[in-house]
Design a protein around this ligand. Structure first.
Ligand SMILES: Nc1ncnc2c1ncn2[C@@H]1O[C@H](COP(=O)(O)OP(=O)(O)OP(=O)(O)O)[C@@H](O)[C@H]1O
Ligand SMILES: [Mg+2]
Length: 274
């Protein structure tokens, strides 16, 4: 049975129990269990098409699961929204007449902060968040004219401005060069440390994230394994997940998952490019 509940406990902010999703009659996710605690950095790792976006959309309530249970933990004293979201791959037209700061402001609840007008309170909040993501310099530029890394920072600011407890980021490293990838990772990790925001960060290459991830949700073959990187990224666990022999190699501080003919994790440009 699918049901969302709201309850109050200590550190857990979000938990999924046995989430199962079918799309067009095909099973995409089966019995996914996940518990996210305050201030925890989760990597959501898997190859193209395994169901990372699907899982994030289930958490957001945009896809109704065919089975399982989602619990969102609320605290009556804390009025912050639970979820912030940085969607996968948005293509902005260069000429689109929308400034970066206007996009960030759209992340605010219009009813609370006044609709349309750039009132004092929302301007201050936008400035604060632009500064937190190191984007003040280009806050007044048109969104379509910014580089991929700058746009990603603006999208993170948009997801953050309402001060959520959990930030869901869908492949925020896609199409970024290595320097911009590192900047985005450092920024998100800093938000986790300084604001105690829990992070669920999807990627098809786990290597850039291995130093910051507290835990990993690895999806393969419709199944998931969840836990610390050292527990999950092992030949034994991944062989169980894929259902056939998988090797995990460590080379130059990179984890390489070898699955039959396919190689995952060698380099993000060599595998699973979109
Ligand atoms: N609306 C839909 N109807 C039917 N099938 C869908 C739909 N959306 C996604 N799928 C299928 O569900 C599977 C999971 O898709 P999803 O987008 O969640 O994968 P992903 O892990 O996010 O992939 P990527 O790394 O490419 O973003 C894919 O096989 C996809 O074709
Ligand atoms: Mg996706």
């Amino acid at each position: 049975m699918t049901k969302s509940t709201f309850s109050q406990t200590t550190d857990t902010v979000l938990s999924l129990e046995k989430i199962t999703v079918f799309r067009s009659g095909r099973m995409i996710l089966k019995d996914v269990d996940l518990e996210i605690e305050r201030g925890e950095f989760y990597g959501l790792i898997g190859a193209n098409g395994v169901g990372k976006t699907t899982l994030l959309k289930v958490i957001l309530g945009l896809i109704k699961p065919d089975g399982g249970h989602i619990s969102i933990v609320t605290d009556p004293e804390d009025k912050r929204p639970i979820l912030g979201y940085v969607p996968q791959k948005i293509q902005f037209e260069k000429e689109m007449p929308l400034r970066a700061r206007d996009l960030v402001k759209l992340g605010l609840d219009g009813h609370k902060f006044g609709i349309g007008l750039f009132d004092k309170k929302s301007r201050k909040l936008v400035d604060e968040i632009l500064s937190a993501v190191d984007a003040m310099e280009f806050g007044d530029a048109r969104i379509g004219e910014l580089s991929g890394g700058q746009q990603q920072k603006i999208l993170i600011a948009h997801g953050l401005i309402a001060n959520p407890k959990v930030l869901l980021l869908d492949e925020p490293l896609a199409n970024l060069d290595l320097k911009s990838q590192q900047e985005v990772i450092n920024l998100v990790n800093q938000l986790k440390i300084e604001r105690g925001i829990a992070i669920l960060f999807s990627a098809h290459d786990m290597n850039p994230l291995t130093n910051v991830m507290d835990k990993v949700v690895y999806i393969a073959n419709g199944k998931t394994a969840t836990g610390k990187v050292s527990e999950i990224i092992t030949s034994e666990t991944l062989t169980g997940l894929y259902g056939y022999p998988v090797d995990v190699l460590e080379h130059n501080n990179r984890l390489i998952v070898l699955t039959g003919n396919e190689t995952e994790g060698l380099h993000h440009e060599t595998v699973n490019e979109r």
